[in-house]
Write a protein that binds this ligand. Structure first.
Ligand SMILES: NC(=O)CC[C@H](N)C(=O)O
Length: 255
């Protein structure tokens, strides 16, 4: 069975480990560079990206994380994890923060505003439903969430959402002397895939809908299938028996 690492420096790593457990997959906590060796895939959880970057620096994790991402194994960043994976982040604290990079996009760290502007909404996710079944929508839990302002041509958009009317106006400036510009589109991207990289601005691990975790595990199966055509792959139905019974799929869970 695939060994899924979860970066366990800070943030919602326990919730990801619990979400993996619910579908019968063992996650491994990762805090040191050498713990990345032997993993099949890696989840970088949400939390606070500046703090997480300081801790990652302290543990000398950035070179190993970059190597892991460029090595082609599946990596999923949720929220702060999305910020880690972006090639460019705006709206950073003074002095900026180190990024792992790899995902060809520009992310705004606190696009939806402060903690008080955290919200939940139904997201239209036809590509997720096509692959993993279930409704065409999923519950998006956005906690002081980032959003993706633009993406490169290799990036597949999996979900976007309307820009909330109460959101403070966002001035986009990288702090590197770029022209300042106000984000004026009425929708913003919140989930993407680029090859081995999956990124969501929201927190699927805080809901009982395990489809995003299954989607990610299927990326791992795809990469193994590429590596060895001899490997026979089971469909996602293997998880069906683990789905919560008599329980709506998308209610937030607290464990
Ligand atoms: N829930 C989250 O991960 C929030 C991320 C936060 N906006 C940051 O800058 O790190």
């Amino acid at each position: 069975m695939a060994v899924v690492g979860v970066l366990a420096l800070q943030g919602s790593y326990n919730e990801h480990l619990a979400a993996l457990r619910r579908i019968g997959v063992r996650g491994v906590e990762v805090r040191k560079p050498e713990q990345l060796l032997g993993l099949d895939s890696l989840i970088i959880p949400g939390g606070e990206s500046t703090t997480m970057a300081k801790l990652a620096n302290y543990h000398n994790l950035f070179p190993a994380l970059r190597e892991f991402v460029s090595g082609g194994k599946p990596v999923w960043g949720t929220c702060a994890g999305l910020i880690f994976l972006a090639n460019k982040a705006v709206g950073q604290k003074t002095g900026g923060q180190e990024l792992v990079g790899g995902l060809d996009c520009t992310v705004h760290r606190n696009f939806f505003g402060s903690q008080l502007q955290s919200f939940e909404t139904e997201l239209s996710v036809p590509k997720l439903a096509e692959k993993e079944g279930g409704n065409d929508t999923c519950r998006g839990v956005f906690i002081r969430a980032p959003a993706i302002l633009d993406v490169g041509s290799d990036v597949e958009i999996l979900a976007d959402c309307p820009v909330p009317a109460n959101r403070p106006s966002i001035t986009i400036s990288s702090g590197e002397g770029d022209e300042e510009e106000v984000y004026s589109k009425d929708r913003v991207i919140v989930a993407v895939r680029q090859g081995n990289i999956l990124a969501t601005a929201f927190h699927p691990e805080l809901t009982s809908d395990s489809r995003w975790h299954r989607f990610f595990l299927d990326m791992d199966k795809e990469s193994h299938a590429k590596a060895s055509s001899a490997l026979s792959l089971s469909s996602s139905s293997r998880y069906a028996e683990d789905l919560p019974k008599n329980k709506p799929l998308d209610l937030p869970i607290f464990e």
